[in-house]
Ligand binder design. Sequence first.
Ligand code: GLA
Length: 390
Amino acid sequence: MPTPVVDSDSLRHRFAERFGAPPALVVRAPGRVNLIGEHTDYNDGFVLPVAIDRAVFLAASLRDDRRVILHALDLDATDEFTLETITRAEVGHWSNYQRGVAAVLQAQGYDLPGLNVAFAGTVPVGAGLSSSAAVELAIAWAWCELGELSIERAALALACQRAEHEYVGTQCGIMDQFISALGRRDYALLIDCRSLDYRQVPLPGGADARIVVCDSGVRRELAASAYNERRAQCRQAVELLRARLPGITALRDVTVEGFQAHAEALPAVIRRRARHVITENARALEAVAALENGDLVRFGELMKASHRSLRDDYQVSCAELDTLVEAAWAVEGCYGSRLTGAGFGGCTVSLVDGAAVEAFRQAVSDAYRRKHARTPAIYVCTAENGVGRI
Ligand code: GLA
């Protein structure tokens, strides 16, 4: 295994070793954890993510031709392409993120320079903490700075989302790219995924509550197809409800009361999917109000309700995530806990009183080990700024 490169000094050093001169810049693009508002972004709804202190670090310098030479230090792998005619690498290849970002920015009319690039990260890959969005934003930012492009952060997030749709093939929503672009230290971000308006919501101080992420270690091959299937079911719910609720274009437009009045028009599975999204939007907004009123107990209850809804109605949990969440719920000083990200494996997020973090770590690890004979990775996270030069 190559040595993991986790700080900007060692990254600079490895870049110089590889390319014979120091980089012109080092970029940091954060991963994220979503506090509440799950599977709502592609329904034009509300999400409340946090950019975290696990990130992708990317060193780059200009080339005088139009080639892009990429060195993925964590994989000890190199790849290159030319900006003249960008082609896709094979399905699943790591460089499709950078190829996609380049292709989308060029299609939008930006003139991109060739780059030498080395990158590495501390966001666990495939864990639902958005390592993909971080990789996209990191290279996009390098092109903005070294190519002297002036692109708003929200527009950059949209370009990266498009790259993921067109080059990687995941039909993701906008949450991950948006928070990696626009996160702010000590704040969560309420995003309206229809208008892309957002509001920074202050988080409690570390002594009052910490954000704790538990990684189940479960990685599911089928996650992408199940994700796309959920999206299709949501579209189907809108089609069916439109006959009763004219004018709706997304589940975001349906209130909890409106849904209750017309739920019987939907087949059972579609009804459950819609019920999750519609109640989750309401929970996300209520959770923001609770956070702004300093009511962490209410916030935690909403996290629990979110998990139950994801487990029972949206059906994107799994035994390992349920064990982590239920163990967390039982810890005194844990306000709430739920699966975070797309689900089907990956991580949970918990809000834990600062004084209870060690007891939490112990109790959740013990429960997980007893039931699944493995140890979860547990990270206490801080809320950090979005992508930028360091
Ligand atoms: C993945 C997607 C996001 C979002 C979440 C579920 O992380 O990339 O856009 O849909 O799943 O909330």
